[in-house]
Design a protein around this ligand. Structure first.
Ligand code: NAD
Length: 319
């Protein structure tokens, strides 16, 4: 018996696979190693997963033999996807439909047939909320994405819920609120800020910096996945996974300046279309049902990310 992590070479998938192997699980990881960002980083992520209990399959979920991949698998952690709001407009939207919607639907069809499967955890996103009507936003509040990326994440989440309702596929969707920490994707804000600061280059800031985000440390995201896999919850359930920080990007820059012990040069450029003004998730439901709560505050988490990127020889630091 084993567990399957899709997107295992990515930021969240690789952190999750490392934790699962450390907990004694036999882990299969699948990833198509897309070139959305430097593939060397993905190879480095894979290399950091202890090999003795980890099998890597380099394949695209849209054409892999999923029945074979799911043979003997009890839990699927579905982290594979095409992230990023900026790229999701225009012609690249097709990549989002392929990686987020079609791949998830194909996986759910295979999950229907998988005899040993008892949980499929889907990596959903706070982007399903768009500019929400109320904060902190609850799972029952109306999702109305503001970006094509958010539309595809919501479509896949709805597929998870309806495969649960119609075919008892044991899905749970976790709506991650901006994940950060060591290993964060190089296109994400904290990673870009820290690398620019370390190189003494100006920091590119999209928009005014007054946009507020609920940031969630990667280890807390991993813990939410483990709890979702272990707990008896109704198939089709949806949970926010939100760190509770409600911090503006300008406040993040102040915290980082404190860590670095100096001010940064900042180039303010136009806001990204599809970027919401604010995210903030109510975590009551996941606390009550899964007993999850965030354990890493924004200052400690930012320091950990700074330290990992400034570490000598860090691949992530060179991206
Ligand atoms: N990082 C965040 O802040 C965040 C927030 C909300 C939701 N999410 C979701 O969490 C998941 C993981 O995000 P991440 O930041 O680790 O992204 P990532 O890009 O680092 O990892 C995703 C991985 O999926 C792989 N992949 C893409 N399409 C595939 C396919 N068709 N078949 C096989 N592999 C494929 C990519 O090669 C990549 O390695 C994504 O689904 C993302 O939408 C992330």
């Amino acid at each position: 018996m084993s567990v399957l992590v899709t997107g295992a070479a990515g930021f969240v998938g690789s952190a999750l696979a490392r934790r699962l192997v450390a907990a004694g699980e036999e882990v299969i990881g699948v990833d198509s190693l897309t070139d959305y960002y430097d593939v060397a980083l993905k190879h480095a992520n894979l290399a950091a997963i202890p090999a003795a209990h980890f099998t890597f399959v380099n394949a695209d979920l849209n054409d892999a033999d999923l029945d074979e991949l799911l043979a003997g698998v009890t839990v699927v952690f579905h982290e594979a996807g095409q992230p990023g709001v900026r790229k999701s407009w225009g012609r690249d939207f097709a990549d989002y439909v392929d990686a987020n919607v079609l791949a998830t639907q194909r996986l759910l069809e295979a999950a229907r047939r998988a005899p040993d499967l008892r949980r499929l955890v889907y990596a959903s996103s706070s982007s399903v909320y768009g500019d929400a009507e109320t904060y902190p936003t609850r799972e029952v509040d109306l999702p109305r994405p503001l970006s094509p990326y958010g539309v595809t994440k919501l479509a896949a989440e709805q597929l998870c819920t309806l495969y649960a309702k119609n075919f008892a596929v044991p899905t749970v969707s976790l709506r991650y609120f901006t994940v950060y920490g060591p290993g964060q994707r190089p296109d994400m804000a904290f990673n870009r800020f820290i690398r620019a600061a370390l190189a003494d280059a100006p920091i590119e800031l999209y928009g005014t910096g007054e946009q507020v985000r609920d940031f969630t440390y990667v280890d807390d995201i991993v813990e939410a996945n483990l709890r979702a896999a272990r707990s008896e919850v109704e198939p089709g359930s949806v949970f926010n996974v939100s760190g509770g920080s409600s911090t503006s990007i300008n406040e993040v820059l102040d915290i980082l300046a404190g860590v670095a012990g100096r001010e940064f040069r900042v180039n303010r450029t136009a806001a990204v279309a599809g970027d919401v003004r604010r995210t903030g998730g109510a975590a009551d439901r996941i606390r009550e049902v899964l007993g999850w709560r965030p354990t890493v505050d924004i200052e400690s988490g930012l320091r950990a990310q700074w330290d990992s990127l400034s570490g000598a020889g860090s691949l992530a630091g060179k991206a």
